[in-house]
Ligand binder design. Structure first.
Ligand code: GAL
Length: 719
């Protein structure tokens, strides 16, 4: 009682004394290169606690200690009006990345964002499917606010009267350099809560800060092998027979397929959902799932988490649900174990125990006008706002755990995520359907520990269809979502061959993709990487000035050039998607020599090149010394125990060593070290002739996945 009273007094003192003067944050180290500060009285429910990741201590130790990356005196907080105001320093040439899954821009400096869970609406204003309050600086550190509130971030916009680095004063009447955004030396954040935790992640590069962030949250997800194959989603009212026929058609067309998604009509009721099989369309769900599995095809089930009044669970779920419905469905309070258990029993019995491989968790992002409103209440006392920020994460965590209990990995889709969720095997998607912006979202996903798929649905032309398919095949999930249109990969016969070629190329690249994902788990390196995370990439941001005229808003921000239409997939492969209507594009190559993936030809070093790939190809470039492991063009990713031939393609002039990762592909054994890494090395002998070496790690109980390992020295073949 006494201590509570003293604490209370301290809080009042802290709060009132901070009115005049913001207080420097007090940092405590929590892992090598990671610090935490606590301000005021944080909410019981926060982002990291809800995601529940355990830091990957060993991997963090490997990254090592670093000094605190910011000027401690510049990191301040104050509490006013029961809200937290945070301030972090910003240097002149610093660029900022992250702050949610945005679709139009990459560099956040100069933006104001209200990080609010929502369906992306066409503006980078903070409303997004993953409003992650984590920013990464080009100086190589990251800042996370661990609060599940709608946080407003002024990412280098505010200018304080007492700033130590005041901007130059311009006179708009005379100075052409006048800007509506004078220089700001601060990131300021408003957290509408009485307290919060803040974390700082150090690094000697932006990538290292991202690695620490991901590793602190449990590391990145490692999908099962089948998750990296091709996936197709059925029209919403499909029957079991139609699904079987579709799988047959894929085989006939020689098109790869690893898992099929069933859309809302697999259930007796949808929007809101019953989660029970519709027996008119699926008379024998268990038999059906088994039959598909025998063909090498897994099943993924669409759902939204809102419970139908027709469900047998409805009455028991009522006291465990929020005050408001979504489409007349209950919204269970998933912060409460009993609410989770209700779903767990049903989902296990109806889906997981019969072999369903994963879920597509839809509608957890919401649109304000149909989701529960912010005035809603929930039985646990968690606010509607926090529920909105967290529902997608709670669904990911719960479902991942249910598959884990069965000992199998899952890989699914979700429309909402947040901080701390990198270890969940879920990929974000949406209905926005802008190809170019989908690629920008891929870039942005890499800063904030989430995965994103630029799914393909339909297209106006064969060219657009092919260009979209090419991008999808170089993403975390290669997906055709035909839920509305019933499109097939071969829907445009003019480009059927090219679509098939790129899908088969993805299959061939399976060992490379799987190795890349293993880095996400083992080292925290995201599989898709924005160029700003890549070593040797330098690009000066430029603003385009517009002259004043009578129609343009004179306060409008100058347009900034971002690199947001190309990215790295793993360590060695640079992907530069083409968009419909384009016959050529600019590609910015990082420092060091780069080679054409298809031919092995040298293309440039640190240059801006023009790619003219023709319609058939997506431009792909390999770093000097890159070794790309490939298998034959199979229709399914390797099954457990299956052995395939491996081709190791070496590019460029540099001698190099690389690792090829493998494990059983479906269990969690890798977490206990049950995985192997082939050490592959390309070296020149004393006659200048290339030689390849492969050292296979011997791990008891693991059968090598690759046999007949052959080398190809792609650049040498050119000569
Ligand atoms: C949308 C979703 C689509 C599809 C559809 C089915 O909300 O984004 O991918 O699943 O629902 O009704």
């Amino acid at each position: 009682m006494k201590t509570t009273f003293i604490f209370f007094l301290c809080c009042i003192f802290w709060a009132s004394s901070s009115q005049a003067q913001p207080v420097p944050l007090k940092w405590e180290p929590v892992a090598p290169g990671i610090w935490k500060a606590t301000i005021g009285q944080p909410d019981k429910v926060d982002l990291l606690g809800t995601a529940g990741g355990s830091p990957r201590q060993e991997a963090l130790q490997k990254l090592g200690e670093r000094t605190f990356p910011l000027q401690p005196a510049g990191c301040n907080a104050e509490i006013r009006d029961g809200k937290v105001y945070l301030r972090f320093p910003l240097q002149e040439e610093e660029q900022l990345f992250g702050l949610g899954l945005q679709f139009k821009t990459v560099n956040r400096r100069g933006q104001v964002l209200n990080l609010h869970m929502d369906h992306y609406g066409g503006n980078d204003n903070g409303r997004s499917h993953a409003p992650v309050p984590f920013y990464v600086s080009s100086k190589g550190y990251g800042v996370l606010v661990n609060s599940a509130r709608y946080i407003t971030v002024y990412a280098g916009t505010g200018v304080r009267v007492n700033s130590e680095h005041p901007p130059k004063v311009y006179d708009r009447n005379k100075d052409a350099d006048w800007s509506a955004q004078p220089y700001s030396d601060v990131v300021e954040m408003l957290v509408p809560a009485t307290g919060t935790e803040v974390y700082v992640f150090a690094g000697n590069s932006p990538m290292e800060a991202v690695q620490r962030y991901n590793l602190f949250n449990g590391g990145g997800a490692l999908p099962p092998k089948w998750g990296l194959g091709f996936t197709h989603r059925m029209p919403t009212l499909s029957t079991a027979d139609q699904v079987k026929a579709e799988a047959g058609a894929f085989k006939e067309h020689g098109f790869p397929l690893d898992f099929i998604g069933l859309e809302p009509g697999w259930q007796t009721k949808a929007y809101p959902c019953s989660f029970e099989w519709d027996k008119t369309r699926f008379p024998d769900p268990a038999g059906f799932v088994k039959e598909m599995q025998a063909k090498g095809i897994r099943l993924n089930l669409w759902l939204n988490p809102y419970l139908s009044p027709a469900s047998s669970l409805y009455e028991s779920a009522k006291p465990l649900s929020g005050s408001h419905t979504v489409w007349n469905g209950l919204v269970p309070d998933l912060t409460m174990q009993p609410a989770q258990n209700l779903y767990k029993q049903l989902f296990k019995k109806q889906h997981i125990d019969i072999g369903v491989s994963g879920y597509k968790i839809d509608e957890v992002d919401g649109f304000d006008d149909w989701l529960w409103p912010d005035v809603a209440s929930f039985p646990s006392g968690t606010s509607a706002e926090q529920m909105r920020q967290l529902y997608g994460v709670m669904m990911q965590r719960a479902t991942t755990a249910w598959f884990r209990e069965k000992g199998v990995r899952t890989y699914g889709l979700v429309r909402a995520s947040n901080a701390g969720a990198s270890s969940f095997p879920y990929v974000i998607y949406n209905d926005y359907y802008n190809h170019r912006d989908f690629i920008t979202a891929m870039c942005n996903s890499s800063f904030i520990g989430v995965l994103w798929t630029p799914e393909v649905r339909a297209s106006k032309t064969a060219e657009e269809w092919l260009r979209r398919m090419q991008s999808a095949c170089f993403s975390p999930m290669a997906m055709l979502n035909a839920w509305a249109d019933g499109t097939k990969p071969w829907s445009f016969p003019e480009v059927e061959k090219q679509v098939k070629d790129v899908a088969l190329l993805r299959m061939q690249l399976f060992p490379y993709l799987y190795t890349t994902f293993s880095q996400y788990y083992l080292e925290g390196k995201p599989p898709v990487r924005a160029m700003n995370l890549v070593e040797g990439f330098s690009f000066q941001q430029q603003s385009e000035k517009t002259a004043l005229d009578g129609t343009n808003n004179p306060y409008q921000l100058a347009l900034r050039a971002d690199v947001k239409d190309q990215f790295m997939l793993g360590d060695d492969l640079l992907v530069a998607p083409m968009f419909a209507g384009e016959t050529e594009r600019k590609v910015i190559l990082p420092r060091g020599k780069w080679y054409d993936f298809y031919t092995g030809e040298y293309v440039g070093s640190g240059d801006v090149i023009i790619a003219k790939p023709g319609l058939d190809k997506i431009p792909l470039y390999v770093k000097d010394g890159g070794i790309i492991p490939m298998i034959p063009p199979v229709l399914h990713t390797p099954a457990p125990g299956e052995q395939l031939a491996l081709e190791l393609r070496h590019y460029g002039e540099a001698e190099s060593t690389s690792l090829v990762y493998d494990d059983d592909g479906e269990s969690y054994g890798y977490e206990q070290g049950k995985y192997m890494q082939y050490r592959v090395a390309a070296k020149k002998d004393k006659h200048g002739k290339w030689q390849g070496q492969v050292v296979t790690e011997n791990k008891p109980g693991l059968k090598p996945a690759y046999k007949d390992i052959k080398w190809r020295f792609m650049t040498q073949e050119q000569k």
